[in-house]
Write a protein that binds this ligand. Sequence first.
Ligand code: NAD
Ligand code: MN
Length: 363
Amino acid sequence: MPEYKVATIPADGIGIEVIAATKEVLAALEFQVSGLGFSFTDFDWGSEHYRKNGRMMPADGLERLKAFDAILFGAVGAADIPDHITLWGLRIAICQGLDQYANVRPTRIFPGITPPLRNCKRENLNIVIVRENTEGEYSGQGGRSHRGFPEEVATEVSVFTRSGVERIMRFAFQLAQSRPRKLLTVVTKSNAQKHGMVFWDEIAEEVSRDFADVTWDKELVDAMTVRMTLKPETLDTIVATNLHADILSDLAGALSGSLGMAPTANLDPERRFPSMFEPIHGSAFDITGKGIANPIASFWCAVQMLEHLGETEAAQKLMTAIERTTEAGYLTPDVGGTATTREVTDAVIESLDYKRTVVNLKS
Ligand code: NAD
Ligand code: MN
């Protein structure tokens, strides 16, 4: 088994706290799975790098990342720098620059967590959202002109290419096919957006012909918020555009208890470049430095990374440890507990050793 070279980019706010915790957990996992090894290289890119150098990462940043097997990313965002600079300067720059076109966002309710919706049973929410990650509404096309004049104009152009839509659709059908229910919901807004979204629907239809065993349906994005909230049991795999899936996956995170539980894999399915794993939450100014950031989203990212690297046994071991931890009541305040990041991290590390019983906080 190789030693994996992992680039870590903790970046800003609680990103720094949760990535430090994730490295500890992965280091502990090395002792539990024979032959598994990681070498981490930390990059100090982010808002502090921007304040010093006028950019979020160095000009050769992407080139340097290409030497790694995977990237663990924290979060970006600082109160004194506009959000579009921090986001485009680092996260989107990496996703687009390394063509990580499939953004995969699983959601479920972990044992021991009380979901915010009274009627949402644990077994009823088990979905994975596939987000198109390189074009659509976030293609970066558009502009501003006549600044300051009454005729000032801004455009934000959505770009849908046949190759871009086809590859994400194919990825989503394949993922749906690999899951027990073989069920896919294609999200659009093709009633109001009659060009790009109709194109999206047509390509879904075309690609579906290669997946006869996958049951699929369509939902408009506004109706989808209702269905996710009231009938999550009718959903399994979901595919949507960059913007739509961005919004729907925050909702999914909330349904599972907290944004602090929700992970993301930014995948290059063709494996030309390293893929990047990051919690979906941001830098969370309100809790930065307090030691109470929920690290579970980042731990789940590590599970996604292990799965992507083909380390199935290690991935399962870590997932089981996370479940044992939440079940035993080690929960940060965002999911109704009083535990610190440190305590949750220690409990996961302890739970990795199946022979040890984790002290149940509830008993
Ligand atoms: P946020 O995700 O940082 O926080 C939203 C709320 O969720 C806050 O109350 C926060 O305390 C809570 N929260 C988020 N993650 C948590 C965790 N792990 N544990 C406990 N509580 C958690 O979103 P925001 O407040 O809208 O944005 C803050 C900054 O983060 C902004 O600058 C924004 O641009 C940036 N942002 C970055 C990313 C990213 O890096 N991918 C994503 C979203 C927001
Ligand atoms: Mn988002």
